[in-house]
Structure formats: structure tokens, C-alpha cells
Design a protein around this ligand. Structure first.
Ligand SMILES: [Zn+2]
Length: 280
């Protein structure tokens, strides 16, 4: 998709499944199940959407890098990881190699967002994949990623993080960063302490990547906040502000985990309910 001076490619690292209950926090299943069908183990399908922003200067800015493929058979089964489709294949389909990525912006460092930071070499050790990229992450995300507590331990996996951290490859910023003209990163918190979104403004258009503030279109309802979110009240307020902004500016809304949509437009429906129109 051409977006002002930028080209945005909608890449993905394929699909996986997570517990439907965990995806909707305190919302009872009878309310969410119409919008998010589940399998016999109560898991719903999610896709790892990773937009690639190509700048007029020839930079390739990748946003998150999916689950990667360092999984054991047991983990592949638990998460129902669909190995038929992956991010490196999507890059190759556009004539790109991992070495062509100039910047990797990490919204946060959970296992389904930075998996391709590394892959296993012949010795079975994790080695870096995007060797020429700056790895950008908001400063406060790194502390818990390095030393996760009992709640965070299952979501920050050391083979995705430690090899790059040891080599000093993470470049941190505080709260906000203008990465390129009109491309701004901004910390929201909510999901994790350092969770960060981006806005892209060019040629009179605006796009907002909501990250985990609205992982799927079903999460457009304000109180539908994931149980994974460490600071749900922050998520609620961030969503409220982002929805208002997206409606006001008629922004394209980019989704990180929707299984069917990379991009939608939000609109006000009946009784002030938020509805959406698929775009990509
Ligand atoms: Zn996450």
C-alpha cells in the first residue's frame, strides 16, 4: 500500500492460537465468542502481523518480527503454530532478505513479537537474523525483558532477547521518537510497561498501529482488554484516546494480531458503538 511518501507492506509470520479467555480478560465468553470463534481447547486463531515501512530514502523499517521458528514440538502443539507461512518467506516474496532490514522497531519483547530476532544455527544456538538492523525498543521494556518476574516469565523468552542484549544491539529511546519524517513511536504502557505504538503521517493521511491496544477487531470494545495486560487501566485509557484520534483524523488502524485484517477504518455505529470497515 502506498501511503504518502511511504510504502507499507503487510507481512506476517503466520498464525498461532491463544486461549480465548485470556484474550478477553474479564469479559464472559458468551459475549466475545460470536466475534472470536474458538477450537475444542478454547483457543482462538491469531496472526502475527508485521508491517514493513519502506521510506523514500530506501530504508526498510520492520515492526516486530513474529514468533520465529525456534519452537519445540510440544510448544508448536500448544500454540498451534502454522509453520506453512513465515516472515522470512513473506520478505522473500517481496525480494527482500533479512539483511535488507535497516531498522527493527519492537513494540515490546513478548515471544510473539520478537521471535525472529534469532534462529538456531547448526549447533542449536540462537544467532541473530536481522544483522544490519538497528533494534529499537522503549527503555522501560528492557528491564522486565532481561529479568522477568513470575507473571512475565512465560512471555519474555531469553533466546529472543539475551543474544542481542549481550552484544549491545538494543538501542533504547525514552517515551517518544520520530524515527523518520511523520513516523513517530510513542509509549502507551498498558500491555507491558514499555509497550509502544507508531503513527505514520504522510501525504495528508494518517495510520496508527495499535499494537496490543487493539490486537483484533473484536478488541474495539473499550472494556475488552486482554488478561495478558499488566496495566489494564492504562490500556483502557490509551484505547479511549486512540479511538478518539482515529475517528477524528479518519486514520487507518493497523492491527497486530487480527487473523483476517491488517488494516481497518473505524466508524461510529448505532448507539455510539464502534464499528469497522476492512481495508487490507
Ligand atoms: Zn504481547
Amino acid at each position: 500500500m502506498q501511503f504518502g511518501d511511504y510504502e507499507v507492506l503487510f507481512l506476517s509470520d503466520g498464525t498461532f492460537k491463544l486461549d480465548g479467555g485470556a484474550m478477553f480478560g474479564i469479559v464472559p465468553k458468551p459475549l466475545w465468542q460470536k466475534e472470536a470463534p474458538t477450537d475444542e481447547r478454547n483457543r482462538m486463531v491469531l496472526r502475527c502481523n508485521c508491517p514493513l515501512i519502506r521510506t523514500p530514502k530506501g530504508e526498510n523499517i520492520l515492526v516486530d518480527c513474529g514468533l520465529g521458528r525456534k519452537w519445540t514440538e510440544k510448544q508448536r502443539e500448544i500454540y498451534a503454530i502454522d509453520e506453512r507461512h513465515d516472515l522470512l518467506g513473506d520478505l522473500a516474496a517481496h525480494g527482500l532478505k533479512p539483511g535488507d532490514i535497516t531498522t527493527l522497531f519492537h513494540t515490546h519483547l513478548h515471544l510473539d513479537h520478537c521471535g525472529w530476532n534469532t534462529r538456531l544455527n547448526e549447533k542449536g544456538e540462537p544467532e541473530e537474523v536481522f544483522v544490519n538492523a538497528r533494534h529499537l525498543v522503549e527503555r522501560s521494556e528492557l528491564g522486565p525483558a532481561r529479568k522477568p518476574n513470575e507473571i512475565q516469565r512465560g512471555t519474555y523468552l531469553s533466546p529472543n532477547i539475551e543474544p542481542l542484549d549481550r552484544a549491545g544491539r538494543f538501542e533504547v529511546f525514552d517515551l517518544r521518537l520520530e524515527l523518520a519524517p511523520g513516523l513517530t513511536l510513542e509509549r502507551t504502557g498498558g500491555h507491558t510497561v514499555g509497550h509502544t505504538i507508531f503513527r505514520l503521517e504522510s501525504g495528508g493521511q494518517k495510520a496508527i498501529f495499535f499494537g496490543e491496544m487493539m490486537p483484533t477487531v473484536a478488541h474495539r470494545h473499550l472494556p475488552w482488554v486482554m488478561a495478558y495486560d499488566l496495566f489494564p487501566l492504562e490500556t483502557l485509557e490509551a484505547k479511549r484516546a486512540l479511538f478518539k484520534e482515529a475517528l477524528r483524523d479518519r486514520a487507518l488502524v493497523l492491527l497486530d494480531h487480527d487473523p483476517n485484517h491488517f488494516a481497518v477504518k473505524l466508524k461510529e455505529g448505532e448507539k455510539g458503538k464502534l464499528e469497522y470497515e476492512p481495508v487490507a
